[in-house]
Design a protein around this ligand. Sequence first.
Ligand SMILES: C/C(=C\COP(=O)(O)O)CCC[C@H](C)CCC[C@H](C)CCCC(C)C
Ligand SMILES: Nc1ccn([C@@H]2O[C@H](COP(=O)(O)OP(=O)(O)O)[C@@H](O)[C@H]2O)c(=O)n1
Length: 208
Amino acid sequence: MLNFARLFAVGTGLVSDPGLVQSVSRSGDRTELLKGPLFYVVTLVAATVLCWRDNPAGLIAVAMMCGGDGLADIVGRRWGGAKLPYNSSKSWAGSVAMLLGGWGMSYGLITLFCSLGFFACYPPSAMLGCLGAVALAATLVESLPINQYVDDNVSVPGVAALLSLLLLPQPADMVATAAAAAASSAGAAGLAVAAAAATGAAVGLAGA
Ligand SMILES: C/C(=C\COP(=O)(O)O)CCC[C@H](C)CCC[C@H](C)CCCC(C)C
Ligand SMILES: Nc1ccn([C@@H]2O[C@H](COP(=O)(O)OP(=O)(O)O)[C@@H](O)[C@H]2O)c(=O)n1
C-alpha cells in the first residue's frame, strides 16, 4: 500500500522524487508511474489481500506477472529478433520466456507453499499440466496488442487468477479423489496444449 501511495503521489506530481521516476519509468516521465508500475503494485496488493497464502490463484497471478511478463521483457529485448506475426512489438523469444518463466515460477511457489503446509498439495503431474495451461493462456494474452486498452499488469494476472480458479481444485472444497481426477485430466490437456505451443514457438524461431 505504501508503494501504491508513493507511486500515486509522485506520478500525479503531489510529491517530487526524480530518483523514483528515473528508476521506475522508461521514459523519465513521472506520469508513467501511474500506468504499468501502479497496476503492478495494485495487482500485488490485490493478490495478497484476496488470496494471501490460502488460495494458489494469487500466487499464480503474481508468478505470471513477475516471473513470466518480467522475463519476457528481459529476454524479448535482448533476443527478440523474430517478431510475432500479429504483434510486431512482441517476439517469439519473449513469449517463450514468458511461458517458461511463468510456468516455472508458479510451480516453484506452489510447491514451496504446499511444503510449508499453507494449502493442500496437488498431484505434481496434474499441477504441472494445469499451470502449463494457465501459463499458456497468460502468454497468449500478454502477446496481444491490447496494452493501449488494458495494461498487461492487469490482463496477465487477471487471466491467470481466473483460469487458476477454474482449473485448480480450491483448497476449501478439496476432495482428494475428485481433485486428482479433475486436475489430472486438465493437466494432461494442459501439457498437450503447452507442448504444442512450445513446438510452434520453436518452429517460429527456426523460421526467423
Ligand atoms: C517498474 C515496475 C513495473 C513496470 O511495469 P511495466 O510497465 O514494465 O509492466 C514495478 C514497480 C515496483 C514498485 C515501485 C515497488 C514494488 C515493490 C514490491 C512490493 C516488492 C515485491 C515484489 C515481488 C516480485 C512480489
Ligand atoms: N512477449 C514479449 C514481451 C516483451 N517483449 C519485449 O519487451 C519489451 C517490453 O515489453 P512490454 O511492452 O510488454 O513491457 P511491460 O510493460 O510488459 O514491462 C517489448 O518492447 C519487447 O521488446 C518481447 O519481445 N516479447
